[in-house]
Ligand binder design. Sequence first.
Ligand SMILES: Cc1ncc(COP(=O)(O)O)c(C=O)c1O
Length: 462
Amino acid sequence: MLTDIKKLKFYDTIIGTLGNTPLVKLNKITRGFKGHYFVKVESFNPGGSVKDRIGLDIVEEAEREGRLRPGGTIVEATSGNTGLGLAIVAAIKGYKCIFTMPDKMSIEKIRLLKAFGAEVIVTPTAVPHDSPESYTEVAKRIVRETPNSILANQYFNPKNPESHYKTTGPEIWEQTGGQIDYFICGVGTGGTISGAGKFLKEKNPNVKVIGIDPKGSILREYFYTKKYSHVLKTYKVEGIGQDWLPATLNFDVIDDMIEATDKESFLMARRLTREEGIFVGGSAGTAMAGALKCADRMKDNDIMVILLPDTGERYLSKVFNDDWMRENGFLIPDRITVKYVLQSKSKNVPQLVAIDPTTTVRKALDLMKENDIAQLPVLDKGKPVGTVDDNDLMSAVLDDHTKFDSPVKEMMKPGFSVIGSASPIEHAIDYLKRRDSAVLIEEDHKIIGILTRYDVIEYMAR
Ligand SMILES: Cc1ncc(COP(=O)(O)O)c(C=O)c1O
């Protein structure tokens, strides 16, 4: 029974849980490196990312200035996380949301935004940022066409870095007892690094602020050369890197920029999850991979803080999906086995199409046509006994059309070579180079797949 409201411990709204995210010590990934390593785990924010921090400030500023009135619409170009931060504020305050998102972003993020009632417009990724089709330009057009709407404008809005100056920076300073030496952070709009970095440098100019940039972005190049070549983003990590310079990025507080590849980022996100139990997204992997690249600068008592922007849950279909990782070449093992190449075959190509010796020629030709293949292995109770090829079968029926209903065993040639699934791919290539147009792959005494010359060449080309 409620007798004293003061005894209740609660937040008025979920926004009260924003910020004050935990600082967690790393125990395994940095083993063997000098110094002490801590991560700022931003997935503890109500929307699961560092970008929650900017949503409230941006909306309240627009309300104060009278740009956003009851019943209004919040529009933003977002890689997903800023949208979610804004969608939470909009849900509580009763605004409508329309978000534009490049098509490289994960399906989880689109679903998340829709779960909050937002309208999501997906735009092409591979266009320059100033193209009328780009997510930023489409968002601007929607604002022009929608009365009582604002563009949250994270790439230009000074509220973005200010929020981090007000919250992220002071939290890190407080949590390290003012002893931080290195702050490592990925750069998207640059809001986090510019705001938190400014605060930390004001407290202690010796704190080194290091930005991590995905390979394919222009930010690192610009930092060093003050120039950039106009490139289209081709990397897969989400939320960081640019093909232009956002106004919210302040290079003055950054001491160094380090590059990390998609592969380094994603493998590191998986290590943070599996070795430290911290479930994070790809850009957290970029930050951590970059952190290890500058760990040789650390002295025994130095403290490094690495900011991990969001949760891995929104990348279950990508970074944490082995098929996606393999298809994109991010899971290439040191020794490439035939099984690995078999699993990398495109999803539309079956791992094995085979027939038994009693299959009719008609059925065999149908199967070849259906699967667009010229040869079929013949298996008797799972054991390879021969092969048939379309040329032989067609010549036979052209000669004598009753052969359509004959069993293929009458026209079989010797079978393909069989190799073990753990054999190196070079072993398969030796066969394919010499005479065989395909090899069968065996595992636990069972044929599990076929690799044709075409499959291997396609793999090599990728
Ligand atoms: C997953 C992710 N990581 C990192 C960032 C970069 O943060 P900032 O825009 O503050 O540079 C973002 C920004 O959207 C993001 O979505």
